[in-house]
Ligand binder design. Structure first.
Ligand code: COA
Length: 183
């Protein structure tokens, strides 16, 4: 358990802390019984490289008023877009370490992401939660989120990297004459 006098601040991740976030990511995957094929180097590049693909807020635990670089949780998110509604902030990871749970850290972190979304003029904050993850679902509902999938009844369709590569090799597709590489 975290101590009673502990306090928490939510702030941007620093580059030198990517290793700590990667450790939390592995704890998160373990909690979900999911496998991780991403690497710490790739995460570092995608968070802090020339092409930023994602962003991260961390919750830092302050023990007896002292900053000890103890990270209690993190949220990794990126901007998305829905042409029907406008800009969206999509949360990919939302995790509070076991010993810090039940102290309001998750709420602080979720509030901070909501504040980011408002500052970026986003119309929604989205995330996917497994139906079996009842605790997290209840947490998001208490925070005011609604089950959008139930409402709109859509399925997420994923084309994995290997299937992408197969698809673009299929004739008569000709990349050179079809699309530019600018996103
Ligand atoms: C879901 C999760 C992020 C919630 O984080 P958390 O820090 O435990 O959440 P909070 O402490 O803000 O809120 C949890 C509970 O503590 C209560 N609480 C809030 N502030 C509190 C405080 N200062 N003191 C005591 N309890 C408090 C909340 O009311 C809430 O009540 P509940 O027991 O009815 O759930 C966390 O449990 C977690 O990381 N789970 C594992 C990973 C996961 O499932 N992530 C989501 C994947 S989509």
């Amino acid at each position: 358990m975290a101590g009673n006098s502990d306090r928490y601040v939510i702030r941007e991740l620093k580059e030198e802390e990517v290793g700590q976030v990667f450790d939390m990511l592995l704890e998160f995957a373990d909690y979900l019984k999911a496998s991780v094929s991403n690497t710490q180097d790739a995460l570092q590049r995608d968070l802090f490289g020339d092409t930023k693909r994602c962003y991260c807020l961390v919750a830092e635990c302050i023990v007896d008023g002292v900053y000890k670089n103890q990270l209690a949780g993190y949220s990794l998110y990126f901007p998305a877009y829905n042409s029907f509604t406008g800009a969206i902030l999509h949360i990919n990871d939302f995790f509070v370490r076991d010993k810090y749970r039940g102290n309001g850290v998750g709420m602080l972190l979720y509030q901070a992401v909501a504040k980011k979304a408002i500052d970026l003029d986003c119309q929604a904050v989205d995330l996917l939660v497994r139906p079996s993850n009842k605790k997290a679902t209840e947490f998001y509902e208490r925070m005011g989120a609604v089950n959008h999938t139930e409402g709109v009844g859509r399925h997420r369709m994923r084309l994995t990297r290997i299937r992408m590569e197969d698809l673009v090799k299929t004739k008569p597709f000709d990349l050179a004459n079809c699309v530019s590489n600018d996103l």
